[in-house]
Ligand binder design. Sequence first.
Ligand SMILES: Cc1ncc(COP(=O)(O)O)c(C=O)c1O
Length: 427
Amino acid sequence: MPFTANRAFKRAPRLIASAEGLHYRDDVGRIVLDGIAGLWCCNAGHNRAPIVAAIREQAGRLDYAPPFQFGHGPAFALAARVAALAPPGLDHVFLCNSGSEAVDTALKIALAYRHARGEGGRTRFIGRERGYHGVGFGGISVGGLPNNRSVFGHGLSGIDHLPHTYDRARQAFTIGEPEWGAHLADELERIVALHDAATIAAVIVEPMAGSTGVLPPPRGYLRRLRDICDRHGLLLIFDEVITGFGRLGYAFAAERYGVTPDMICFAKGVTSGAVPLGGVIVASSIHEQLMRGPEQAIELFHGYTYSGHPLACAAGLAALDLYRDEGLFERARAMEPVFAEAVMRLRGAPNVLDIRTVGLAAGIDLAPDPAGQGARGFAVMERAFHDHDLVVRVSGDTLALSPPLTIGADDISTLVERLDRAIQAAA
Ligand SMILES: Cc1ncc(COP(=O)(O)O)c(C=O)c1O
């Protein structure tokens, strides 16, 4: 099983049989609250009727069409809808099937762009400590989670990492973007001086580092990163696989922070998790650079059999309709203070060392159990599911919350109360 303690799972399985709205039903019919929107993806809630209907209808009309040298309407329609949600200038979309593929695609587009400009020496990438960019070799190379890298060899060569932006002593129990830490963006200047800008293709960061435990960017940090990239001609890639489609109250974090990158990676929420789909939104200037040479020539030697699969595109179009028609991004923005206040009630619960919230996402650090790193986090996740009817995400001893954007104040209270009981049980 992926990213799973396999033996522990088989001892006490957490099996999910069906879902609706904010809830799952497990294999014995118990109703369980979904505190993490699937895996940061079911932003409109589960099994939404318009998305289900769109998938059914599409499956009956066109199951598949090859994306190499052929196309179909829903892929172009979805690309246009996604681009319309992105900041001006990001007007082109390449579709794939997951966040990991989106990241590898963005890195490859950056290299192809450099090559097309006669800058073939610009092959380095700069990622960030504690970054998560999926599990492809590109993603783990620019990513900065030690467990995801340490046993898998050297990865891509020519990678360097910015420092992460978290300092508990200065930021503990912050709601939203911490005041401290914008200066850490200046580390990019040091890295550029070390390697020379003429060797660097792009910088990639999550605007809010999600999988490592929800680290909102310090105030002004992303703007400083953008300015340094501009000064040295570096492309800036935002990995918005989690932050895209409303998690931070906007279509993209780029909008929340008023900082426009050169590419945005997306996945997860684009279909509200109903069918796998990912992609990269690309600046027109990059696209134009690649659209050169004889017209019969392939401009980018990259793509997947299931790039822009018709069922995924149909699900995506229906999900984007729901987000728009129900105003779910605005709703997330309106619920942000309610969510933050409720989650901060866990301050003072046993072993809680820090809580961070931004948008409808929260990270909660727990003190490790003497039994070993990750034991307490695992116990909370297990107790939450089996005894308190709640699904939470755990990574080591850090818990993450990211409920569907449809959640209301009462269900937020229920979520926090159940989590509180699970934390008490694991104390
Ligand atoms: C920021 C970020 N990038 C990439 C990925 C990888 O996405 P996937 O699991 O769809 O490959 C994730 C998954 O959580 C993510 O959070």
